[in-house]
Design a protein around this ligand. Structure first.
Ligand SMILES: Nc1ncnc2c1ncn2[C@@H]1O[C@H](COP(=O)(O)OP(=O)(O)OP(=O)(O)O)[C@@H](O)[C@H]1O
Ligand SMILES: O=P(O)(O)OC[C@H]1O[C@H](OP(=O)(O)OP(=O)(O)O)[C@H](O)[C@@H]1O
Length: 210
């Protein structure tokens, strides 16, 4: 089974775009893969093994080497700080991370609260701003926090801006642009696997044209 190249794919919003990218790069992948509930799928004719995991866990599978390569959002890479090597910006699933909150609210507290799914990234940002904050880790519906008075600010993903708008929040700062990346286990990268190099070349051709 060692002749299979294992690729860790994030379930959810990145998955469909990632599959389309691989199809455009001429990988012969059955389209049923998009609707399957299987978590490990072998595509025999390409000698590719897909493992489907939560987006936040992709760098973990790659760091431990159980997956050779993976596709992960830059947000996850910045938050998880795993020992993986970034090969390519796939330019899919674009969004950005911003600081937001209720309009016209100045932070006066000695230790304002910031709610986020990205505690490390948020802590680093406020440290660099020279601001002391208390980080509150949430796992979703981050925009609720300022409305409910749980936090004065949030650090979260913005894509269309609709969630902020519909919840009466405004952006205070744009922290970093996000797209999905092709990542590789550093040891496997040093071994110069031709299949990985081939994947980079093929995907690069497609992303250059995007
Ligand atoms: N509007 C968006 N909201 C969240 N993530 C987005 C958005 N647009 C692009 N992304 C990218 O998609 C990834 C998250 O995908 P998804 O929303 O499926 O996962 P998740 O909500 O973290 O997962 P789960 O709900 O399974 O815990 C992010 O890491 C980011 O790189
Ligand atoms: O700018 P927009 O296009 O509105 O997208 C941004 C929203 O999408 C994400 O939430 P998600 O849908 O992943 O739900 P969650 O609250 O469970 O994290 C993110 O956390 C924002 O809330």
């Amino acid at each position: 089974m060692t002749d299979y190249l294992t690729i860790a794919m994030p379930k959810g919003r990145i998955f469909r775009e990632a599959v389309h990218l691989l199809l455009k790069a001429d990988y012969q992948i059955p389209t049923e893969i998009e609707n399957s509930r299987k978590l490990m799928i072998d595509v025999e004719r390409e000698k590719l093994r897909f493992i489907l995991a939560k987006p936040v866990d992709i760098p973990t599978y790659v760091e431990y080497g159980v997956a050779d390569v993976g596709i992960a959002g830059k947000d996850v890479m910045l938050e998880e700080e795993r020992e993986v090597h970034e090969l390519l910006d796939l330019k899919i699933s674009p969004c950005y991370i911003a600081v937001a909150g209720l309009p016209n609210t100045k932070i006066n507290d000695v230790m304002p609260k910031v709610a986020t799914k990205y505690p490390r990234l948020a802590a680093k940002y406020f440290r660099e701003q020279g601001e002391q904050v208390e980080i509150i880790k949430l796992n979703g519906s981050i925009e609720l926090a300022p409305i409910m008075g749980l936090a004065q600010r949030i650090v979260d993903i913005v894509s269309t801006g609709r969630t902020l708008k519909d919840n009466g929040l405004v952006e205070y700062d744009h922290i970093v642009n996000i797209t999905s990346r092709l990542i590789v286990n550093p040891v496997k990268y040093r071994l110069q696997d031709n299949r990985i190099n081939d994947m980079v070349v093929r995907l690069n051709q497609i992303t250059q044209g995007v």
